[in-house]
Design a protein around this ligand. Structure first.
Ligand SMILES: [Zn+2]
Length: 192
């Protein structure tokens, strides 16, 4: 019942936002971003905004990644990485690095987050926010390793996908996957 009320409220909010959009055709990209962000991570306004210009709430994605850094298991390197993945359904999935005494058995945060999204039924990644640093602090613009870039490639359009390397919700570097992994090998090479 509570869920139905929430869904109804969400539909009403979406309709109101659509009416506002229709009556304000000169809305700037910044205004559109605010409207999209108002609708949280679900709803047609949000998804239309993503489809038209990947105009999603970057601060929220980064905040989720920062909050999740505490999940990291990195007793050997002491370098704690966290990632938040946004898919085309509007959902966000979290992952953190999990190291192993047998070092190669460790798994990166980005890889974990993407696998969780895929195992939840997702197939298209829109963006990923990555944070990292020693002792559960965010101190660097943490770039994804080569293997993680290839993992991202499997479930994204490299020209569209955004990789956000963040220190805070307002301090980050953003690149497309194509910029990080040019001339990549992907599913289309195998007829997919
Ligand atoms: Zn990696």
């Amino acid at each position: 019942m509570k869920r139905n009320v929430c869904m109804l409220a969400g539909v009403c909010l979406t309709m109101i936002l659509l009416l506002l959009c229709a009556s304000c055709s000169t809305a700037s990209p910044e205004e559109m971003r605010t409207e999209a962000a108002t609708d949280s991570t679900t709803g047609s306004v949000f998804q239309e905004a993503m489809a038209s210009g990947l105009d999603f709430d970057r601060a929220k994605l980064i905040e989720k990644a920062i909050e999740n850094q505490k999940s990291s298991y990195a007793p050997y390197s002491g370098y704690n990485v966290s990632a938040a993945v946004l898919t085309d359904s509007g959902e966000i999935y979290l992952g953190a690095n999990v190291e192993n005494a047998s070092y190669p058995a460790g798994v990166c945060a980005e890889h974990n987050a993407i696998d969780i999204a895929v195992l939840s039924g997702e197939r298209k990644i829109v963006a990923i926010a990555i944070v990292g640093g020693a002792d559960y602090k965010v101190s660097d613009y943490c770039a994804p390793c080569g293997i993680c870039r290839q993992v991202m490639r499997e479930f994204s359009d490299p020209m569209q996908m955004r990789v956000i390397m963040a220190i805070s919700p307002t301090d980050y570097k953003e690149m497309t996957l194509e910029e990080l992994l040019p001339e990549s090998f992907g599913p289309s090479h195998l007829g997919q």
